[in-house]
Unconditional design. Structure first.
Length: 302
């Protein structure tokens, strides 16, 4: 079936759709499980309007409003969010480190229990032209990176970012080595890797490699390209949860290509744990700005 940006719906229909989304994500916000992340600024970061639900709630269309979600949220558009969206508590435990991998030096940053004892770990992998500082920026992308840092710090977890110089086997090996090292420091931690834009190549590579995938409890692809090789790699049998976020006005990676790839995965493995959020009128960076971290992470970490 084709996916199309949707126009405004009657109020009763919107309410029904919101209810459907709430039911679909009941395991995230309504379950007081050992791995559930406690609320943090949910009122500010939750989706304001879900306009469509498909695939029993696994595919959501979320309204993105440039006025509401960018201009009214940022003190300086796309550079500095208003102060009520952030807390600088994660800065107290923030630091930098290096890891030697195959003769290469991998530089990374962390906050929370990134030196050991974490209950859960989230690692952010940037896209082309980015660096490890992007995912530690408290005030860019509407404060959403600050929110995930706070979610991990306040729930006994760790949040890390890493420099990637090659979006190929070397870059994938570097990320996998960092994950293994973190697993040594926090043996009981569940691990989620989030990849922005071209960084998604690394995420797909991790999923396709059986040894690497064994380290993962979930992957977020934020405005990232599809990887057709995933379907024939044996990854479908490993059931690592996947979240895909895309904007309908993304000029880097066409949203319909990504949505149809989600559909291919659902067709090949109807019960595969995958969710897709389409931000209607959102651009390339919108999934990084708008993805509800707590909603997605609690689904993956339950």
């Amino acid at each position: 079936m084709p996916f199309r940006p949707l126009t405004a719906r009657p109020a009763r229909m919107i309410c029904a759709m919101l209810l459907g989304a709430a039911v679909a994500f009941a395991g995230l916000t309504g379950t007081a499980g050992a791995d559930a992340l406690k609320p943090y600024k949910d009122r500010l970061f939750r989706y304001k309007k879900v306009t469509e639900t498909l695939y029993d709630g696994d595919f959501l269309v979320v309204e993105y409003s440039k006025q509401r979600d960018l201009r009214d949220r940022d003190e300086v558009d796309e550079h500095k969010v208003f102060g009520n969206y952030v807390s600088y508590k994660p800065k107290r435990g923030r630091g930098s480190a290096e890891l030697k991998v195959g003769g290469r030096t991998v530089e990374y940053m962390g906050t929370g229990k990134w030196k050991g004892g974490a209950r859960a770990i989230v690692l952010y992998v940037h896209g082309q032209g980015g660096n490890r500082f992007q995912g530690m920026n408290d005030v860019s992308f509407g404060g959403n990176f600050n929110r995930v840092q706070n979610l991990m710090v306040r729930n006994g977890g760790a949040y890390l970012t890493v420099d990637i110089n090659n979006f190929d086997g070397r870059g994938t090996a570097d990320v996998a080595a960092l994950l293994r090292y973190q697993k040594q420091l926090s043996p009981r931690a569940k691990i989620v890797v989030a990849c922005g834009s071209m960084g998604g190549i690394i995420c797909w590579n991790l999923l396709k490699n059986g040894k690497y995938a064994g380290l993962l409890n979930g992957v977020l692809l934020l405005g990232s390209p599809k990887d057709p090789g995933f379907l024939s790699s044996g990854a479908l049998s490993r059931n690592v949860p996947i979240y895909m976020g895309q904007g309908t006005l993304d000029r880097v990676y066409d949203w319909e290509d990504q949505a149809n790839f989600f559909k291919q995965i659902k067709s090949a493995a109807p019960n595969y744990p995958i969710k897709f959020t389409l931000f209607d009128t959102g651009t390339h960076g919108t999934p990084i700005r708008m993805t509800d971290w707590r909603l997605v992470l609690n689904w993956m970490l339950r």
